[in-house]
Design a binder for this molecule. Sequence first.
Ligand SMILES: [Zn+2]
Ligand SMILES: [Zn+2]
Length: 346
Amino acid sequence: MSQNERPVDDRVSDFGLKGVGTDPKLKGPWNWHPDLPLEMPPLFDWPLRPLETIKFLLGKGFLISQFFLFALLAMVTWFYFLPPLNQWATFSVDWIVHVFILNTVLSLLVAGGLHLYFHTWKKQGTVHKYDRRELARKNKAFLFNNQVLDNMFWSLTSGTLFWTGWQVLFMWLYANGLLPWSAFSENPIWFIVAFIVIAIWESMHFYFVHRMIHWPPLYRVAHALHHRNVVIGPWSGLSMHPIEHFIYFSTPIIHLIIASHPIHLFYHMYITALGAYTGHVGYEDYQVKGKSVIGVANFFHTLHHRYFECNYGTPMMPWDKWLGTMHNGSAEDTALINQRRAKMYQ
Ligand SMILES: [Zn+2]
Ligand SMILES: [Zn+2]
């Protein structure tokens, strides 16, 4: 049996979420995937590869990537969309609701826009679309029997609440002088480098918290909700259980020890929240006239949704490679991961 013919994992149905993993329509092959085996970016190669690393960061690694767009959005947020810093020093409904509404609008624009573009209007057809299958309808595993509405529900309620909650807490800490501060005017080099450091930290935090919620008891209670999404769309990104939202959005704790600016915090929350939407689009990139303009969702996490016990992190930092949990897309890795999963759940 070739890799493309391998049946999709049906473990989700073991946890009482019948109808997702057992649906025969879900056993289709990939529509498309990048060249395999997947390679990790050069950032953490040993011996170091400084030239390739700089080239990577000036290209798809940062400057021509969502990270750069989220950094710009964070700056626009700071300058135009939020009340001034001194108002954040006291918790008050005004500005907290303001942040919640802003985050809701961003969710609707980013996840909603991507869903309409790729999945409703199918503007890119099936070009660089990973899965041949469509998002589930008339499926009892999902609220309202509809995967998209279910995913929107979890993203726009608990998802946006916990995102806003952690963001508000750290805004309050900044305003009260309780976080190490760094502005562009004081140290421009660190101000720029911090964007990369935060992206690397976020990748590491995600690996370890994600691995933790794959611990079977916690998986059953919380993370199984996210994994009902075997086929994924943008709204699947933050379709998580509130316990997972709480843990997932704890990533800004790094600002307790590194000098940063609220712009860095907004950027951090955007790569975590909006990056979850983009990361589940189901397409590798956004194209114009047949040319790739910017990467959207990586195949790395798409493999996680099909094979579960692999690729807990992101390609930014190769924790999966270091700790032996990487699935590089090959049939050999599928066999290894299946063995690993059988051991975890025997
Ligand atoms: Zn996911
Ligand atoms: Zn997972």
